[in-house]
Design a protein around this ligand. Sequence first.
Ligand SMILES: [Zn+2]
Length: 409
Amino acid sequence: MKWIVIGLLLAVYVFEMLVALLNHRYRTKPIPENLKDVYDEEGYQKWLAYSLDTHRFGLVKRGFNLAIMVAFLLLGVFARLEEVTNAWTSSPILASLYFLGLFQTIVIVLGIPFKYYGMFFIEARHGFNRATHATFVKDLFMQYVMIMVLGGLIVAGIHAIYLQFTGNLWTFIFVTWGMITLVMILIFTFLNKVFLRLFNKFSPLPEGTLRTRIEDLASSLGFNIKSLSVMDASRRSTKLNAFFTGIGKSKEVVLFDTLIEKMSEDEIVAVLAHELGHAVHKDTWRMLIQQIVVILIYATGIGLVLGSAELATSFGLTGIHFGFALILFMILFEPIEILLSIPLSALSRRAEYKADRFAAEKTDNKAMISALKVLSREDLVNLNPHPLAVIIYYSHPPMKERVAALEKR
Ligand SMILES: [Zn+2]
């Protein structure tokens, strides 16, 4: 049992490494004809340097994470954690909260140097990072608190369900499914907004042509804009984005201040039309339903891992341990996650083409194409991803294909 888990962990690592290397080798291919004007020579060199840096950093970071996990598993660290946390309390729910809390804290603390280096050396070297040390510390702290509180509540909830239905695996699976789905819908519909506001400042988009054009576009498509705000994303990064929140016809629009800085009005309106296209095509609903199905698969996975005492004892634990089962589940389900992401990303890429087409129809084809190019340049997008990387990870089609699809119109 022990070696199956370690073997899976290694196999996933080797596979991901392989895709990363293939993808990396593709980067020096000639720039696609239809994206020739994205970078000038200097910009292209900048991109090559950035991609080399992030590639190397990714290899080191993933290697380090793997080493930590293997060491924890082989050196009996989890058995030791069980012993320590069981001594702190007699409540099984509290014991698993302490167990996972301690483990998560160790993982987060070990990850801090990587986060710091990634932000203040790599992203900064290429001009992306705008965060100060104070922002870094504040974000880290808030994220930690959020993981502990939200993660703690979810773990406690599932554990309570488990204690209730220990002998009845399928009841446990279905009740857990229901609970996680409920939490997800809660996050999806309104907690998301709360979280974003914890980390960013929002101010209303000032009156002017941009505002009027966005409002006109939305109302011509039958949407009602509840609020139109600018998020101070530039406090952290120079990368661009825009999004909508709200289900149904009433939308809250959020523009990154970096988007307003870097794109023309025509381009911004085209980007928003793309986003509204997702709403018109009911992509949000499709994603929600997909998530609910995925949660059922996960709940089943947790149930199956919890059903095997041997899995826990082979790593030196005294028997079935709820906290350890969740950690094992994450390892064992990684290959399934990769497999699941293949059809799900394919669906998502198809939806992106449709949203692009929608934006081109409702606004301006040229503006949509140039918006994609600005996005590619400002975010240093990979212009030549390896097809295998696209199949597995890309929720959006490669830029050259998106632009080609629009040019064909
Ligand atoms: Zn999209």
